[in-house]
Design a protein around this ligand. Sequence first.
Ligand code: 6CS
Ligand code: FE
Length: 306
Amino acid sequence: SAFEGYATPSDESYKTRGEHAEVALRSDPVVWCSAQVKPLSQAELCAYEETGFCIVRGLVPLQQIEACKNHLQTFTNEDQLKVTDNCRFVTEANSTVLRSIFAIHEDKSPLGELARAKFLTEYVQQILDDDIYVHQSRVNLQAPFKGTGFSWHSDFETWHAEDGMPRPRSLSAVVFLDQNAEYNGALMVIPGSHKSFLRCPGRQKGANWEKSLQSQVYGTPAEEHLRQLAESNGIKYCTGAPGDVLFFDSNLLHASSGNRSPFPRRNLFVAFNAWSNRLQAPFFSEEQRPEHVAHRQRVERFPRSA
Ligand code: 6CS
Ligand code: FE
């Protein structure tokens, strides 16, 4: 078969990176807990289950947001110029403009503290109904005039293929540090798309992540499948104010246009995985991505009832 030579999970529900693009159904739950009333209400959980995301307005105090932005100013040009292989700083393609800073939750800084804050993790624990840990964290900067955005993708597709995440029992918390508007690269989502699994065409050779973090090619679905889903479900902009937090399922299709505005769009992304769903060998890739992109060793467990 097209998938020979790869480690495979016990079933092949989420096979991808084969010869052909294909639409499959997600075979796992979205909300893993049953009746629970905190912090999300039953109605909010239902909406999350249906759409694949929810936005909690004003969750992070503005003082804390300001401290994070002040700290971001300390990442200077010097850091940008130190960009080398296996480095946690990623620039825009052919540029020294900073695009992403990975493993941000490991810093002893306001950003590191925010990424591990209980008022975030309790939402994630409720939805995933398990102990959790940080699979990946980053700040995406979408610099004024220069941010180039992200192609349509499902995070889980990449995490399964390239990082060996068995199932989509994971989600991202996105803290808006700046106003997120249509004109500065606010995230776009296809509501409900998390219930399909879009098998992506083509198989990368070698270290795909070096390119994909700047501009993704492998791990992007067929345009025809994106069109079908967007036609039936629509596209929604996740706009909001500093301190708002977007929680979205790891299999929700999302993208962002570049930022041609004079305003930055800095967001903190923290991807949480269920403790029971920790990484195995990559399912559809020869190479394992580095620790700062997909944590295997440096994992701190956040217990549910703590
Ligand atoms: O490759 C990854 O794991 C990352 N790439 C994107 C564009 N989103 C999810 C994740 O942060
Ligand atoms: Fe993503």
